[in-house]
Structure formats: structure tokens, C-alpha cells
Design a protein around this ligand. Structure first.
Ligand code: ATP
Ligand code: MG
Length: 290
């Protein structure tokens, strides 16, 4: 029964809400002849943490960029907080982006500014907020993330984990509804990874923020996720709460969780080329095994 390009995608038929959180409906995106997203349907639930996992080059970062309108789909819809933003122009998108904090993989801090000035930057550039209010807001975020003592240091003077925290403080400066984290723990040691995970959990619990986290790290995904989503060849092939995900019999999930060299993801099961591998993934699209 599954159609390659369903008019009413499986997750809608399954009754998932599209008026709250973030929903991607049957999104396709190509760069030249590189067909990256191939009918991605994904729902991000409000107030929850969704972790997106999948191999390198599957389209995880491209997926995040569609959520904030940095990329537009060739086909399909993107719905944010009840608004269909797919055809929005620049000004409309600027308004929608105020709802988002985006923690880039590199933290993207400016090395010659202090921690305080890095976090204050969006407020200085985009508002006429008085200095005492900027001071109050920035210190509130630095305190939330336990980096208030580093306010006068510059990024080269602080550790990698602290940089991630400062990057998050800046992402949270607008009190966003949604925070997108692209690989927040890559390159960090296990202790620092646990600290960043703790920060993501605390931020959700203290602010009620809706989080989308792209990660390669299954231990971390298990700690922070309310739901884990596996992408493969630009489609969602499995989603489930962490325990169910880790124990799933789905052959794609099993190969990914166990980090096995052989299996459907590496194309040495039934599927051998890109098209047949994606086709093999189709029947599992958007399904839970529960
Ligand atoms: N702006 C762009 N122009 C052209 N190709 C792009 C662009 N952005 C992404 N791509 C291509 O899209 C594919 C998916 O990229 P994406 O960055 O989403 O992968 P990813 O799943 O995040 O991988 P990784 O885990 O390595 O970060 C890659 O082949 C990439 O080269
Ligand atoms: Mg990426």
C-alpha cells in the first residue's frame, strides 16, 4: 500500500498533529543531481527532545536547515508552529526565525569578543535594548548554562565544552520556542559530552523548549531523547522512544545501533545501489514496531 509520493503522508494518516511543533511533509530536496531528501516526513513534538541520527551525508543538517527556512524544499511542505512557511519570503522568514535558536556544530563564536559580548551580539545588532536589560538577559543565560564566571574571557581561553555552552546561551537569547542543535557533542570527551547532554536536558526542563538534536552518538541520544529518528537516504525509516529504538529488531536500526559493517545501511543486504536501497527502506517509512 505505501505510495512513493503519498498525498497524505503516513504520519498524517497515523493522526500525528501538524499544527504544533514542526512538521516536514513529504519533503524532497536535490542539489544538482544529488537527490538528498527523498520524501521526508517528520514531526517534531512541542516541548520534547527529538534526536535525529543517521549516516554521514544522509541529509541531517539539510533537514535542520529546512526547519528554519535556510533551505526550501523542491517539493513538500514545512510547517512551523501552525504556519506553513514553505513559500515564505525573506521578511516572513525573519519573523519565524525569531522562534528559533540554532547551535551550529562549530559553536561559531567570535574569537576576539568576550563570552559576554558574543552572547549579547544578537541583541546589540537587532534591537535597541538598553544596556542594563542586555546585561540582565545575557547574565541570565550564562547563569542558566553555568558559564557566568567566564563572562570576561574570550573563546580561545575556554574549553570546548564551555564554548558549546556559550553557543547555546547565544542560541537561547531570544527565549526561542525551538532549539536546533547540530552535533552538539562531536569532538568532546565523554565527560564533557555528559555535561552537554545534561545542559540540553536541563534547558528543556527549565524553559520547556522544543529541541531537535542531530547526533552521531547513540549513548548521548539515549540520554537526552524523548524520541529517536533514523534517517537513511533522505527518508525517515524508523522512529521510537530511546529504549524501544535501542532494542528494535528493525535491520537498519540494529546495524546503526551496533555500528556493524555489514547490513542494509551499507547496502550489502538486498539493496546494492542508491535507488534500490531507498526503495528497500520504503515499507518501514514512518513506522513504529510497537
Ligand atoms: N548547500 C549545499 N549545496 C550542495 N550540496 C549540499 C548543500 N548542503 C548539503 N549538500 C549535500 O547534501 C548531502 C547531505 O548533506 P548534510 O550536510 O545534510 O549531511 P549530514 O547527514 O548532516 O552528514 P554529516 O553527518 O556528515 O554532517 C551531502 O551530499 C552534501 O554534500
Ligand atoms: Mg551534518
Amino acid at each position: 500500500m505505501p505510495e512513493p509520493t503519498p498525498a497524505a503522508p503516513a504520519s498524517c494518516a497515523a493522526g500525528l498533529p501538524t499544527d504544533d511543533g514542526i512538521t516536514l511533509l513529504d519533503v524532497h530536496k536535490s542539489f544538482g543531481d544529488n537527490h538528498v531528501l527523498r520524501g521526508l516526513t517528520l514531526h517534531i513534538e512541542r516541548g520534547k527532545t527529538t534526536v535525529i541520527v543517521g549516516g554521514s551525508g544522509t541529509g541531517k543538517s539539510v533537514t535542520l536547515k529546512h526547519m528554519v527556512g535556510l533551505l526550501k524544499p523542491d517539493r513538500g511542505r514545512v510547517i512551523v508552529d501552525g504556519e506553513d512557511i514553505t513559500d515564505y519570503d525573506r521578511d516572513q522568514l525573519i519573523r519565524v526565525r525569531r522562534k528559533f535558536g540554532y547551535l551550529f556544530q562549530s559553536a561559531a563564536l567570535i574569537n576576539w569578543l568576550t563570552v559576554f559580548e558574543n552572547v549579547a551580539l544578537p541583541l546589540r545588532e537587532l534591537t535597541r535594548m538598553p544596556e542594563h536589560e542586555i546585561e540582565q538577559r545575557v547574565m541570565e543565560k550564562l547563569t542558566l548554562l553555568h558559564v557566568e564566571k567566564a563572562r570576561d574571557r574570550t573563546p580561545p581561553e575556554i574549553s570546548g565544552g564551555m564554548k558549546k555552552r556559550v553557543g547555546l546561551a547565544r542560541a537561547l537569547i531570544w527565549d526561542p520556542t525551538f532549539v536546533l542543535y547540530d552535533e552538539p557533542t562531536s569532538g568532546l570527551d565523554p565527560i564533557m559530552t555528559a555535561a552537554v547532554d545534561q545542559m540540553i536536558i536541563e534547558t528543556r526542563d527549565k524553559t520547556g523548549v522544543t529541541s531537535v538534536v542531530v547526533s552521531h552518538d547513540m549513548a548521548s541520544a539515549r540520554r537526552i531523547a524523548d524520541k529517536i529518528v533514523l534517517l537513511f537516504k533522505g527518508r525517515l525509516i524508523f522512529e521510537a522512544p530511546p529504549d524501544e529504538f535501542m532494542n528494535s529488531d528493525n535491520p537498519y536500526v540494529r546495524q546503526f545501533v551496533r555500528g556493524e559493517l555489514h547490513g542494509p545501511i551499507t547496502g550489502d543486504a538486498a539493496a546494492t545501489d542508491d535507488e534500490s536501497a531507498a526503495a528497500a527502506a520504503e515499507p518501514a517509512g514512518g513506522n513504529h514496531t510497537s
